[in-house]
Write a protein of this length. Structure first.
Ligand SMILES: Nc1ncnc2c1ncn2[C@@H]1O[C@H](COP(=O)(O)OP(=O)(O)OP(=O)(O)O)[C@@H](O)[C@H]1O
Ligand SMILES: [Mg+2]
Length: 369
């Protein structure tokens, strides 16, 4: 009989800047392995999505609204945990911990804080599983950006010194250069502005398959105005979010264009796609000139217009992490399962070379089962 191999199941839950939903994975992380056992996703209820988006900007009664939104989000998290356990046919008691990122509503490391809406105590109570949460604050307290958090996981998953880089196309795009030591930073918007623009003009959550962007033409003057944003010229370490790249930011640039007639909305969408593509390609050229292959992950991988434009703009080959056996949609959630394990093992997974912190720190805070 084959010897019984010990397993170390962890759950990772990610709800990112796109505010589209919760992605969850259950993975066996025993002995440094990363073996996906189950995956599950749930869309956020419309009302919660609207409230989370609203909480990104100052408004009335924020404290009570944030607390209520945290509970509602946590109930979605608990549903995803339930789906994962049912799918893998595992009892909650078998899972070592859940890594639950929460929903970022403010990210201001330069002011000394980053804020993720989350109710980890409620999640531990509802699931009976230990929860690791608040992954970013300690790094910010140590003078870092608190972001990106995933490069240490990307290195563990895909290896270093391979001539590859990992590109996550979520709301924001972030690049991990798999050099030794590993480097990583946000490059700017991936889907976030395109999502917001199509929501405003067509009431849709996102531009499915990039079909709308493909019908428009890039407006060169607008693209130049958007690329003039000083954040793009900053050197890493750097991170960003909705605090900067919002519709208000876009409207401001559009309004300042010397145009006599309004820009067709479809052309703005095409320009936003071009903005994401150009800023990613320029970050690769500047900070990963030796990269031979970019492994893309996140929701943007499912947008063929985005991926084709990127493939044309990048100086090297573009593929998806699917090609390495890691489903593109699961990479970020896997990272939070891995970060939960790193926390329990006392492994400092926040890398100062990435975040700019004064020293490496253990990410997260534990809420025991
Ligand atoms: N078929 C598709 N066509 C076009 N865009 C898509 C498609 N599927 C997903 N997307 C885009 O991917 C986004 C969701 O990606 P993802 O969940 O990776 O982002 P996120 O929640 O911001 O995560 P993170 O912050 O972890 O990177 C959607 O908002 C949408 O813009
Ligand atoms: Mg998402």
């Amino acid at each position: 009989m084959a010897p019984h191999r010990a397993t170390e199941p962890y759950i990772g839950l990610m709800s990112g800047t796109s505010t589209d939903g919760v992605d969850g994975v259950l993975a066996d992380l025993a002995g440094g392995s990363i073996r996906l056992l189950a995956r599950a996703s749930r869309a956020l209820p419309d009302e919660l999505r609207r409230e989370l988006l609203a909480l990104n900007t100052p408004g009335p009664d924020e404290l009570a609204r944030a607390a209520n939104a945290a509970n509602a989000l946590t109930d979605c998290y608990a549903d995803v945990v339930h789906d994962l356990l049912a799918c893998a046919k595992l009892p909650a008691s078998a899972v070592r911990a859940i890594g639950a990122h929460g929903q970022t509503v403010r990210h201001a490391p330069e002011s000394g804080y980053t804020l993720q809406i989350n109710a980890p105590a409620r999640l531990a109570e509802r699931t009976g599983i230990a929860v690791v949460a608040d992954f970013r604050s300690r790094d910010v307290a140590a003078g870092g950006q608190g972001a990106p958090l995933v490069p240490a996981f990307h290195a563990a998953c895909f290896g270093c010194g391979t001539g590859r880089a990992v590109l996550n196309l979520g709301g924001i795009a972030n690049l991990t250069v798999l050099d030794d030591p590993v480097r990583g930073f946000d490059t700017g918007p991936a889907n976030m502005l395109m999502d917001a623009w199509i929501q405003r003009h067509q009431g849709l959550a996102y531009d499915r398959d990039g079909a709308w962007a493909a019908q428009g033409s890039c407006h060169d003057a607008l693209l130049t105005a958007l690329l003039n944003e000083p954040w793009f010229a900053m050197s890493p370490p750097k991170s960003t979010g909705r605090d900067l790249f919002s519709l208000a930011w876009l409207d401001d640039r559009i309004n300042r264009l010397p145009c006599s007639k309004p820009l067709p909305a479809v052309d703005v969408q095409a320009t936003l796609l071009r903005l994401s593509v150009d800023t990613i390609a320029s970050a690769v050229r500047q900070h990963a000139p030796g990269a031979q292959e970019i492994l893309a992950c996140g929701g943007g991988v499912r947008n063929p217009v985005f991926m084709n434009a990127l493939a044309r703009a990048l100086p090297c080959r573009l593929s998806s992490t699917d090609a390495c056996g890691v489903p593109a949609q699961d990479v970020e959630a896997l990272a939070f399962a891995w970060l939960a394990q790193a926390h329990l093992q006392g492994h400092a997974a926040c890398l100062p070379a990435v975040t700019g912190a004064r020293h490496a720190t253990i990410a997260g805070c534990l809420y025991p089962a």
